[in-house]
Design a protein around this ligand. Structure first.
Ligand SMILES: Nc1ncnc2c1ncn2[C@@H]1O[C@H](COP(=O)(O)OP(=O)(O)OP(=O)(O)O)[C@@H](O)[C@H]1O
Ligand SMILES: [Mg+2]
Length: 140
């Protein structure tokens, strides 16, 4: 489902964020990335929804290399991947469930999201996903 093939990323200032990463993650797998500060965990995860762009290699998501994506294709990729951030992007005043559901914002109309009117199916999706609980610093 997600395959890193010899992926490297050098930041514009010359810092090596990733070096020749080869990883395969299959559908349904629950993966934990562990490493020292600065090891490249965030860079690795941010590469998957192209918040950062690898400078070498192939990164396949559902058999498609996402590194060359731009414009509408890139937006579609980001909309299809939910990401919950370590802290600075978490909405502190919001519940775990709302922070989780925000991954579906790309599928929700602007007015609905402003007023927290998430579709029933999205709420169910969030509640039904066991990961929802492990991210939380607040209870449901
Ligand atoms: N925007 C950036 N520009 C330049 N260098 C960066 C940038 N972001 C990260 N780095 C560098 O890339 C390397 C990997 O950083 P990354 O943030 O991916 O590590 P991490 O494993 O997530 O660390 P932490 O456990 O502290 O969150 C580090 O050397 C870091 O200083
Ligand atoms: Mg990090």
């Amino acid at each position: 489902m997600i395959t890193f093939k010899d992926v490297s990323l050098v930041y514009p200032n010359g810092t090596q964020g990733l070096k020749n990463i080869n990883v395969e993650i299959n559908e349904g797998e629950f993966v934990v990335i562990v490493g020292l500060s600065g090891a490249g965990k965030s860079t690795f995860i941010r590469s998957i929804n192209r918040m950062v762009t690898p400078t070498n290699g192939e990164l396949l998501v559902n058999n498609e290399d996402i590194i060359p994506k731009k414009g509408k294709d890139l937006r579609n990729l980001r909309t299809s991947i939910g990401m919950i951030f370590q802290n600075y992007n978490l909405v502190n005043r919001s519940s775990v469930i709302k922070n989780t559901i925000s991954g579906r914002l790309g599928h929700t109309g602007t007015l609905r999201s402003i007023f927290n009117l998430y579709p029933k199916e999205d709420k169910k999706l969030a509640y039904d996903n066991p990961e929802t609980c492990s991210y939380g610093r607040k209870s449901l």
